[in-house]
Design a protein around this ligand. Sequence first.
Ligand code: NCD
Length: 323
Amino acid sequence: MSLAGRSLISIDDLSTTNIEDIFIRARHLRGLDHVGELRDIRLKTLRDKVLACLFYEPSTRTSSSFIAAMARLGGTVIPITQGVQYSSVSKGETLEDTIQTLGQYADGIVLRHPEEGAAKRAAAVSPVPIINAGDGAGEHPTQALLDLFTIVDLKAPVKGKTIALVGDLLYGRTIHSLVKLLRTRGVKLLLVSPRSLRLPENLRETLPDAEEMDSVEEALPRVDVLYMTRIQKERFPTVADYEQVKDTCILTRTMMEHAKSDMIIMHPLPRVNEIDRTLDNDPRSKWFQQVRNGMHVRMGILSLMLEASDGVAKSYEDRRAWD
Ligand code: NCD
């Protein structure tokens, strides 16, 4: 089933073909970007479309990359990204009412919310597709797609590679989505975290061949991809619980001497203290490349989801561009 007119709540919503379609578009758009065309011209793909961005939690990359993606595809955004305190949410409006309202104006809604399951609740009442931009400790499918896109780009063939997922595997929603994308691709997964932040059981049991370990040092010499994450302070029951684990799983420059010369380090960002800043100059560090890819991948997703949803024919130029 194509992505047109459908919501993206979880990686489970995507077929292999959907993922390939997104990546084909993202690659094509990146090609235009490299020759400068994305800067000089606006595509017209989504010229009649309006996207609402509704963020109940802070965001830098996800919100701005969706806004930039929409702008570069010729569409328009209703931005509720500077804090829902300025919307009717502060008057006590429910998520359901807010979604049904925005659905009267927009052709799609990007939603970030602190509660797991919120995106699913929104999709149940929304007249237009919902894109889950993070629901509590649940999932963050568009981040995981840009992460896989980057991994395929830099480390293909992915099959047979060793990938370590490091940090907060319990609360990290990017991890939860990425695990679902990686588990069918024949990779060796190393799950590196303090014991209290291991992957949730329902995901862990789908990865019989993964290895769990406590220390980055142990995993490092083996890995082709090191995917670092932040300990998710805001999800802990108490500050004391967070304090206990906040300095575990840190990557230093000295440790990197034991890593393969052609491995890559990734991070969804924001980072706190888990990566030595001087590693920004290490050619193996790819986080800002992920950020750039994020815009192209989100352009791919938006164009597939919104372009044909009301049956409007694509322009000839745009159709040719995707072939
Ligand atoms: C992540 C998130 O919001 O889950 N950020 C992002 O979208 N790149 C990661 C995080 O907050 O640690």
